[in-house]
Design a protein around this ligand. Structure first.
Ligand SMILES: NC(=O)c1ccc[n+]([C@@H]2O[C@H](COP(=O)([O-])OP(=O)(O)OC[C@H]3O[C@@H](n4cnc5c(N)ncnc54)[C@H](OP(=O)(O)O)[C@@H]3O)[C@@H](O)[C@H]2O)c1
Length: 288
């Protein structure tokens, strides 16, 4: 029996879909009744919170493999740590941990938080597999589409840095394999099939959506102010800019065949993703 935590989140819901597709008995963990009501048909739902170990004991009953994922918040170290302890106490056999690229060597921001959890997990007797994805292709939709729709442009201090974007759905396929025990003891950095600059992403969006989308480079300080002006908390702004510095330092553009080897097919490309989501980049009047 598999438990998928974070089942209402971006990555967790994709992993849940993949596990459900494989037909493996599974349970999905949500934080609220309202979210749990959205569980797909045929999926057993549990309501629990990483902050509440008693609730975790219920969600973990009879579970062999746990997919562990939490929102990218500083508390994830404590929250996922609780889930690891509760899993040991419940007799779980393995944890598949959602980590992030940079956890190997970057002592700042999200990767450094994930690394602390990785180290805690490795110090247990649990079998584990650790997945460290590069930036999600889906970020392009979440972060760039809104200003492209209204201004025909997106803005950041990424310059000419390259990112090997990976599709969440490909990460989910590997997670589902790992939950079945196929990758015990492994740590994988999961890079997508192309290392793209923001200008190249803009060109692809333009082509796929039939619009003129531009990337506009701005100074990091202007990006910080824009994020603060949007109401983002200071810790999050700092974490995002620190992560961006990892990419502008040349660390985000690795190309390898690791993901392709695990999938047994080429990973999903940016063009394929943009073709699926082209309408989301067009101004409302243009797509009407
Ligand atoms: N975005 C990227 O490009 C990228 C790249 C590499 C790695 N990552 C990592 O991927 C991870 C997942 O990202 P995501 O976009 O899938 O995040 P997400 O959509 O925010 O999903 C996180 C899930 O964790 C759940 N959660 C949060 N606090 C919890 C708690 N106290 N108890 C139980 N569940 C809790 C959330 O539940 P609710 O729905 O109730 O809030 C949500 O379902 C993050 O850790 C991030 O660092 C992201």
């Amino acid at each position: 029996m598999i438990l998928v935590t974070g089942a209402g989140g971006n990555l967790g819901s994709a992993v849940l879909a993949e596990v459900a597709r494989s037909g493996t008995p599974h349970r999905a963990m949500y934080r609220s009744k309202e979210e749990a009501a959205k569980a797909p048909r045929g999926t057993e739902a549990a309501i629990a919170d990483f902050a509440d170990k008693a609730s975790l004991a219920g969600a973990l009953r009879g579970i062999e493999s746990v997919y562990l994922v939490c929102s990218p918040i500083p508390e994830l170290v404590r929250l996922e740590g609780n889930a690891i302890e509760a899993s040991e106490a419940a007799g779980v056999r393995r944890i598949v941990l959602s980590s992030a690229m940079g956890a190997a060597d970057y002592g700042k921001s999200f990767p450094s938080w994930h690394r602390q959890v990785e180290d805690k997990l490795k110090a247990t007797r649990l079998a584990c597999a650790i997945l460290r994805p590069n930036s999600f292709i889906q970020n392009v939709l979440a972060f760039y589409a809104p200003s492209i729709r209204t201004q025909g442009a997106f803005y950041s201090a990424m310059g000419n840095a390259r990112t090997s974007y990976v599709d969440i759905r490909d990460v989910a396929v590997v997670a589902a394999q790992a939950l079945r025990g196929e990758h015990d003891g492994q740590t994988y950095e999961l890079n997508g099939p192309e290392a793209l600059t923001c200008a190249e992403v803009a060109a692809k969006i333009s082509r796929q959506a039939g619009i003129a989308a531009r990337y506009v480079e701005i100074p990091a300080e202007a990006q910080r102010q824009a994020m603060l002006d949007q109401g983002m908390p200071e810790w999050q702004v700092t974490a995002l800019l620190d992560l961006q510095a990892y990419y502008t330092g040349g660390q985000g553009g690795t190309l390898d065949r690791v993901l392709e080897g695990l999938l047994g097919r080429p990973p999903i490309t940016m063009d394929a993703f943009l073709a699926e989501n082209a309408a989301a980049f067009r101004a409302p009047s243009a797509s009407a």
